[in-house]
Design a protein around this ligand. Structure first.
Ligand code: ADP
Ligand code: MG
Length: 699
C-alpha cells in the first residue's frame, strides 16, 4: 500500500516532545524543565507558567480546545476530565489560557475511583500531579497531561506513581553496583519494555447482537465452530484487506502520538492479531500501551469492527496475552542484560542475571499476583499457556554456563572457546533461534526477559513495578555484600555461584504445559496459584510488605487498599458475567429453544393429522431431546440464581472472591455447557445470537 504522508513528518506530530520544547521554550525555561525531567527537581511556578503557555499555544494551533490531566486509576483504564482553555474577558469574549498551576496540579473528585477504603468520602478530593517524564500529547482535540493520582493525604491511588518509584529504586541500586565494577559514567539506569499486544477484531454488527460481548467483553455462550485454529493457517497468514486498512490507520494514529508501532501480524486464533512496538523506557511504554489499546478500539469502530482486548473472548481457541519484554539499560546506552565482550562485562552480566533469577524465585508469587485478573484466569488457570506456575527459561547455552558455575567445572561451548568465569570470553549467545521455549512464562531471549503471563487487557504498570522492585532488592543485597568485600573479584564470583545454586528450582527449560511439570513444580516447592482469589490470598505477607516498605514503593496501607480493590473488582466482574448469563438465558435462549420445539411438535402434529403414514420421528426425537435439555437448562439457571443470592450474605473481600470463584463461576460453567449443547441442536434461524463461526470467520 502506498501512503500519502511521510512517516517521519507525522511521527510525534501530536506530542509536545523534546524537539518541540526546545523549539518553543526560552532557553532558560527549557533547561530548567530538562533538569526537572532528568533529576526529578521541583518545577518552579514561573517556569511552569511559561511551559503551560507554550503548550497551550502549540495545542491550540493543532485544533485543541480543552486540556485534561490524563491518569491511570486503579480501574485499569485511563481517566480524563476535560476543561476548556477558555477564560472570559471584560468585554464578554473569551481568551484561551492555561496556567502553570493548571499544568502542575489538578483536583479531580476522587470519590468515584476505587481507593480500597483509603479515602473516606468526606475527604473525597484527590489530586493529580504532572509527570514531566512523560510528554503531553493531543488526543481528540484535547491536550493530555500525563499525571500521577494521589489522595489528599498522599496515598497513591493510581498505577503510575508506584511505577515511577520502582524505577527510581532500581536505578539507584544498579548504579551502586556499576560503580563497584568501575563504571563511573552511568548516572541513571532505567528499565525498558516492549509490550507485544494481542487482540481480536470482529464485525461491529455481529458484536452488537451479543449482550455478553457488550457487557463483559467475552462470549458467555457459544458452541465451537466446525473450524477453529487446528489447521494453523492463521498465524502469520496473509492479512485480510479490511484488517490491512485498519492496521494502516492504526499505525498512523499511533505514530502521530509518538508511539513506535513496529510489527503487526495475524496470531494463532482466527480473527486474532498482534501489534508490537519498539521498546522504550518502562514508564513511557506503559503510557503508550494504554494509548495503544484505546486507539485500537477507536480505530476498529471507524472500520466497522470491534477490537476485543479481553483475555478470552472465545472458548476453544487461544486467548490473548501481552508479552512484556523487559530489560535494564544505563543512560549511556548499555543493556545490562546483554552478555558483554570482555570478562569484566561478563561477570557484570552474570551478576545482574543472578539478581533476576534470585528475585523471580524469591518473589514468584508477586509476579503471579501482578498478572491476576478474572479475564486472565481463563489463560493461566486453564489449559492454556503459560501456566499459573512461574518459572524461568534461560536457553541451552546459558544453562550450560550456569551449570558449570554451580558445579565449579569449566564450561566449554565448543573447542574454540573455553569459559572460565571472569577470565575468558562468553561465547556469543545463539539468540532467538530455533529452540526458543514458547511455553515458559519468563524466558530469557538473548538480551532481555520476556514475561509472558500478562493478559491482553492488563495495564502493564503492575508487573513492571514488581519486576523493578524485586530486582532492585536483589541488586541492593548484592551491593551491600560487595561494598564490604576485601576481594571484589572473588566476592562477586561467590555471590553469582550462591545465587544460581540456591535458586535452581525456578529454572525450567522443558514444556510448561504438561502435567509432569505441574507435579515436578510441586516437588520443587514452586507456587501454583490457579485463580485470582488464590493468588491474592498470598499478597499481604510480611515478606512482601517489608519489600515494598523498604523500597518505598507502597506503604502497608496502599498495599491493603490494592488488595481490596483487586479482589472487589474480581467479584464484581464475575457477578456481571453471571447476571448477563441469566439475562441471556431467560430472555433469549430459553424462549428461542422453546419456540423451536413448538415448531417441531407442530410439524409432527400436522404431519400426523394429514396422514399416519408420514414419518415424524425426527421432529419428535429432536423435540424430546431439546425439551430435556431445556429442563436441565432451567435447573442450572435456578442454581446460578441461588448462588448469586448466597453471595449477598458473604462478608469480607477474600471470602466473597473465593465464593465467586468456587461456586458462582462453577455454576456459570455448568449453565454454559447446557446452553452450548442446545445451540448445536437448534436451527440457526431460531438461535438468538451470531455463532462463533459468524464472528470468527466473517472479516
Ligand atoms: P517475538 O514475537 O518473537 O517475541 P517481537 O519482535 O515481536 O518478538 O517482540 C520483541 C519485543 O521485544 C519488541 O517489542 C522489542 O522492541 C522488544 N525488545 C527488544 N529489545 C528490548 C530491550 N532491550 N528491552 C525491552 N524490550 C526489548
Ligand atoms: Mg513474544
Amino acid at each position: 500500500m502506498t501512503t500519502e504522508f511521510s512517516v517521519p513528518e507525522i511521527f510525534g506530530s501530536l506530542v509536545f516532545d523534546d524537539a518541540t520544547m526546545k523549539e518553543r521554550l526560552p532557553k532558560q525555561t527549557y533547561k530548567a524543565l530538562k533538569k526537572t525531567i532528568q533529576d526529578g527537581d521541583v518545577l518552579d511556578l514561573n517556569v511552569a507558567n511559561i511551559v503551560a503557555n507554550a503548550m497551550k499555544d502549540w495545542a491550540v494551533e493543532r485544533g485543541a480546545t480543552h486540556y485534561t490531566h490524563w491518569f491511570q486509576p486503579m480501574t485499569g483504564i485511563t481517566a480524563e476530565k476535560h476543561d476548556s482553555f477558555i477564560n472570559p474577558t471584560d468585554d464578554g469574549r473569551v481568551i484561551m489560557e492555561f496556567s502553570g498551576k493548571e499544568l502542575i496540579k489538578g483536583e479531580p473528585d476522587a470519590s468515584s475511583f476505587p481507593s480500597g477504603g483509603i479515602r473516606a468520602t468526606f475527604e473525597a478530593r484527590g489530586y493529580t500531579a504532572w509527570d514531566p517524564t512523560s510528554y503531553a500529547f493531543i488526543k481528540d482535540g484535547t491536550l493530555c497531561i500525563p499525571t500521577a493520582f494521589c489522595s489528599y493525604t498522599g496515598e497513591v491511588l493510581d498505577k503510575k506513581t508506584p511505577l515511577l518509584r520502582s524505577m527510581e529504586r532500581i536505578s539507584d541500586e544498579a548504579v551502586r553496583v556499576l560503580r563497584l565494577f568501575g563504571d563511573e559514567e552511568t548516572t541513571r539506569v532505567v528499565t525498558t519494555v516492549g509490550p507485544e499486544q494481542e487482540y481480536f477484531l470482529i464485525d461491529k454488527e455481529l458484536y452488537e447482537q451479543r449482550k455478553d460481548l457488550i457487557y463483559t467483553g467475552r462470549t458467555l455462550f457459544g458452541a465451537k465452530a466446525p473450524k477453529g485454529q487446528e489447521l494453523e493457517d492463521h498465524y502469520f497468514g496473509v492479512i485480510r484487506p479490511r484488517v490491512v486498512e485498519f492496521m494502516a490507520d492504526l499505525d498512523r494514529e499511533l505514530w502521530k502520538l509518538g508511539i513506535l508501532a513496529k510489527t503487526k501480524h495475524n496470531e494463532v486464533a482466527p480473527a486474532q492479531h498482534e501489534l508490537a512496538p519498539i521498546f522504550t523506557t518502562t514508564n513511557l511504554a506503559t503510557d503508550h500501551n494504554q494509548l495503544t489499546m484505546e486507539i485500537m478500539k477507536k480505530t476498529a469502530e471507524k472500520h466497522g469492527m470491534v477490537c476485543l482486548l479481553h483475555e478470552k473472548p472465545f472458548a476453544g481457541v487461544n486467548g490473548s496475552g501481552k508479552h512484556n519484554n523487559w530489560s535494564i539499560s544505563t543512560n549511556t546506552g548499555k543493556n545490562l542484560l546483554n552478555p558483554g565482550k570482555n570478562p569484566a562485562e561478563n561477570t557484570q552480566f552474570l551478576l545482574f542475571l543472578a539478581a533476576v533469577v534470585k528475585g523471580v524465585d524469591e518473589y514468584q508469587e508477586l509476579l503471579r499476583i501482578s498478572v491476576a485478573s478474572a479475564g486472565n484466569d481463563h489463560r493461566l488457570g486453564a489449559n492454556e499457556a503459560p501456566p499459573a506456575i512461574i518459572s524461568m527459561f534461560l536457553g541451552d547455552e546459558l544453562q550450560a554456563i550456569i551449570d558449570s558455575i554451580v558445579e565449579g567445572t569449566k564450561y566449554s561451548a565448543d573447542d574454540r572457546r573455553k569459559m572460565q568465569l571472569g577470565s575468558n570470553v562468553l561465547p556469543d549467545f545463539v539468540k532467538d533461534t530455533t529452540d526458543r521455549n514458547r511455553t515458559s512464562p519468563f524466558a530469557f531471549t538473548g538480551n532481555k526477559f520476556e514475561f509472558r503471563s500478562l493478559g491482553s487487557a492488563l495495564n502493564i504498570a503492575c508487573p513492571n513495578v514488581m519486576l523493578n522492585t524485586i530486582v532492585a532488592e536483589e541488586i541492593s543485597l548484592f551491593a551491600d555484600e560487595l561494598e564490604k568485600a576485601d576481594d571484589f573479584d572473588s566476592a562477586v564470583k561467590g555471590l553469582i555461584k550462591k545465587a544460581f545454586t540456591e535458586h535452581q528450582r525456578i529454572i525450567f527449560n522443558g514444556d510448561n504445559y504438561t502435567d509432569e511439570w505441574v507435579a515436578e513444580a510441586e516437588r520443587r516447592g514452586l507456587s501454583n496459584l490457579r485463580s485470582t482469589p488464590e493468588a491474592f490470598s498470598r499478597y499481604l505477607t510480611d515478606k512482601n510488605i517489608s519489600l515494598f516498605e523498604k523500597h518505598k514503593v507502597y506503604t502497608k496501607k496502599e498495599l491493603n487498599a490494592r488488595y481490596e480493590i483487586m479482589l472487589e473488582n474480581y467479584s464484581k466482574v464475575i457477578n456481571i458475567e453471571a447476571e448477563t448469563m441469566l439475562d441471556m438465558s431467560k430472555k433469549d435462549i430459553l424462549p428461542a429453544v422453546s419456540a423451536y420445539v413448538r415448531e417441531l411438535t407442530d410439524t409432527a402434529l400436522s404431519k400426523k393429522t394429514l396422514s399416519e403414514s408420514i414419518p415424524c420421528d425426527v421432529e419428535i426425537e429432536l423435540a424430546e431431546k431439546l425439551s430435556k435439555l431445556l429442563s436441565c437448562f432451567a435447573r442450572k439457571i435456578t442454581a446460578l440464581e441461588e448462588a448469586l443470592i448466597k453471595a449477598k450474605d458473604i462478608e469480607g473481600v477474600q471470602a466473597l472472591a473465593d465464593f465467586y470463584q468456587g461456586t458462582v463461576f462453577a455454576a456459570m460453567s455448568e449453565l454454559r455447557a447446557v446452553g452450548d449443547e442446545m445451540e448445536v441442536n437448534v436451527s440457526s434461524e431460531y438461535w438468538p445470537y451470531p455463532s462463533y463461526g459468524d464472528m470468527l470467520f466473517s472479516i
